[in-house]
Design a protein around this ligand. Structure first.
Ligand SMILES: Cc1cc2nc3c(=O)[nH]c(=O)nc-3n(C[C@H](O)[C@H](O)[C@H](O)COP(=O)(O)OP(=O)(O)OC[C@H]3O[C@@H](n4cnc5c(N)ncnc54)[C@H](O)[C@@H]3O)c2cc1C
Length: 388
């Protein structure tokens, strides 16, 4: 019997005296947990090998938007994938609640981007127009609103706000509750969560499947899914894949809890289900440095107060920085390796895409191949020579 006390659920059988599973997911962040839950749903005995608390965990520091507007300029397929996930989110949240009793506070009543100058508004409008005019784009509703149109929604709007954009598909969630619900659901479905297992090596086996080494022992699995966030860059070559991802720091401020005053989220500012106002999120190239900086935080606070002056009277109770998992072009990477059974899943919007990872990506992995229309997400796109 294996070091991990045997495989749970499914029909996992020891292949060589160590624990074995149909699938091993490396990384227990929101991406890994969503895919792993979906693999169990597809009938595969599944373990999650997770590094532990020393790891950089984007999943615990995010802004919790389930966001559609602005996703996909440069890759129409990403727009459709994001939209599909947003469409699935209601059923996903209901399923998690039924299985775990955790209400992840999902709301999809639309969301706004607010602009503090005409120039900013025009830039955003032009960018969304370009996105929606791309070949292959599947249309969905969005609109540009002037200040007068925003006032009924936001009576406390600051005088500098000139207008904004609205998309009815946008929403938000409580991402810590999501994280908890995913892990409870994974365990309830018979998954084996194996913490303190930083994966150091992955070796394809001659009979098929993989041997995965950790300091606390090895496991074997028919399929392996790399979902280790930034660490995918190091792990991917072990199975013949490539994951050119880098950390990108985001900083977030949270105020004390206050009476409901924001019914729907703004891309940089939202009221959490528990009452605090979350203000964020910046984007900085700072390597693995997860420290907050007063310079960035004060810019975030200043813009928030200019949008909603009432925020100035609230105390800030927390601030943090966390590292996004960013590819070179900002789009997700989903890939399958030449060694059959190895897959890669990495993205910077793991909350938004959680429903798609659970209901669409995991079944593809369970079937053994990504659907043909996932090809645009492959890492091959980074190897295309630049046109002179
Ligand atoms: C400031 C900020 C705001 C964000 N806002 C949003 C938002 O509003 N909406 C949205 O959709 N997304 C948002 N995101 C992004 C979202 O949080 C990420 O997409 C998501 O967390 C990435 O998840 P992940 O599971 O890939 O990575 P992580 O959360 O980083 O998890 C990686 C996991 O892999 C494990 N690991 C690492 N190395 C190994 C190894 N060798 N062996 C085993 N395990 C390993 C780690 O222990 C960790 O648990 C935001 C992110 C940040 C930082």
């Amino acid at each position: 019997m294996g070091l991990d006390g045997g495989a749970p659920g499914g029909d996992a059988a020891p292949m060589s005296g160590i624990s074995s599973f149909d699938a091993a997911v490396i990384g227990g962040g929101v991406v890994g947990a969503s895919v792993a839950r979906g693999l169990l749903g597809a009938g595969l005995s599944t373990c999650i090998l997770d590094e532990g608390d020393v790891a950089h965990r984007a999943s615990r520091g995010n802004f919790a938007l389930v966001w559609v507007q602005s996703k996909g300029l440069g890759m129409a397929r990403y727009g459709a994938w994001t939209r599909a996930s947003s469409d699935l989110w209601g059923a996903f949240a209901a399923g998690l609640r039924a299985e775990t009793g955790v209400d992840v506070a999902h709301q999809r009543q639309g969301g706004f981007s607010l602009c503090l100058s005409e120039e900013e508004l025009e830039k955003r409008r032009a960018s969304l127009l370009r996105m929606h005019n791309q070949p292959g784009w599947i249309p969905y509703p969005w609109e540009v609103l002037d200040r007068a149109a925003l006032l009924p929604e936001f009576p406390g709007l600051g005088p500098e706000v000139v207008g904004g954009l609205f998309c009815p598909l946008d929403g938000h969630v409580n991402s810590l509750k999501l994280f908890r619900a995913l892990h409870i659901s994974f365990a309830a479905r018979g998954g084996a969560y194996l913490p303190e297992r930083p994966v150091s090596a992955i070796t394809p086996l001659s009979a098929g499947g993989f041997r995965i080494e950790t300091p606390r022992g090895a496991v074997e699995a028919g399929k392996v899914v790399l979902a280790a966030g930034i660490a995918n860059a190091r792990l991917a070559p072990m199975v013949g894949l490539s994951a050119p991802v880098r950390p990108q720091r985001g900083q977030v401020l949270v105020t004390e809890k206050t009476a409901p005053f924001l019914r729907r989220p703004v891309v940089t500012l939202r009221q959490a289900d528990e009452g605090g106002i979350m203000i964020g999120d910046s984007a900085e190239e700072a390597g693995l440095d997860e420290r907050v900086g007063l310079g960035v935080l004060s810019v975030l606070a200043d813009r928030a107060v200019r949008m909603f002056p009432a925020i100035a009277s609230l105390n800030v109770v927390r601030s943090w920085a966390a590292l996004r998992v960013m590819s070179q072009d900002g789009f997700p990477i989903y890939d399958a390796s030449g060694a059959p059974g190895a897959f890669l899943a990495t993205c910077h919007s793991g909350v938004t895409l959680a429903a798609a990872h659970d209901a669409l990506l995991a079944p593809m992995i369970a079937r053994g191949a990504l659907d043909a229309d996932m090809a645009p997400f492959g890492a091959w796109r980074f190897d295309v020579p630049q046109v002179a």
